[in-house]
Design a binder for this molecule. Structure first.
Ligand code: PRP
Length: 180
């Protein structure tokens, strides 16, 4: 931890404003009555909490826990479902709530997994996306911020389970250790 440095990328004020805008975009484009918000744990925790409070109270909330990073800085490529949904999404309109789309591997897997449950529609909102920076081609309906291809923490995003509670989003860099 001594060799880790946090460089600010997106402030809590920018996040707050963007969440409000996203909620307006979603309200305008999606029939929100009876919509099921599916937060992908654990990273979406803060975003889901903030976004859901800007959407109609009739929206239901459930969680799917998927993990592919397991404490590493890059995806292992192996996606595990660690917690299934509690409620049936058959015939329902669903909004997947993600903190970040990086390689798109997790989202692709989640979309495949949810399609087997026969929802009426599935849309995706991601607070952060590296798709443009990395040339990743996955369908995301609503994006908070397109960010550069850097490892980011805060606002739910972790490194080895640390930093999730930071209210701002920062780039995690290795700092050069002081010479002795
Ligand atoms: C992170 C993040 C996304 C996924 C995105 O989850 O929350 O779900 O990685 O990466 P990808 O586009 O390269 O698949 P992670 O597996 O780190 O679990 P966590 O949310 O519990 O930290």
């Amino acid at each position: 931890m001594a060799n880790e440095r946090l460089d600010p990328l997106i402030t809590r004020v920018q996040i707050e404003r963007r969440v409000q805008e996203l909620a307006k975009e979603i309200n305008a484009a999606v029939p929100t009555e009876g919509l099921i918000l599916i937060g992908i744990l654990k990273g979406s925790l803060h975003f889901l909490a903030d976004l859901s409070r800007q959407l109609p109270p009739s929206c239901e909330i459930d969680f799917l826990q998927v993990s592919s990073y397991r404490g590493h800085k890059s995806s292992t490529g192996v996606v595990q479902i660690r917690k299934d949904l509690d409620i049936s999404i058959e015939g329902r309109n669903v909004l997947i709530v993600e903190d970040i789309i990086d390689t798109g591997i997790t989202l692709t897997h989640v979309l495949e997994f949810l399609s087997t449950r026969r929802p009426n529609s599935v849309r995706v909102v991601a607070m952060l996306s590296k798709c443009k920076a990395k040339g990743v081609d996955v369908a995301i309906d609503f994006v908070g911020f397109e960010i550069p291809d850097e490892f980011v923490v805060g606002y739910g995003l972790d490194f080895g389970e640390r930093y999730r509670g930071l209210p701002d989003i920062s780039i995690l860099r290795d700092s050069v250790p002081a010479s002795s």
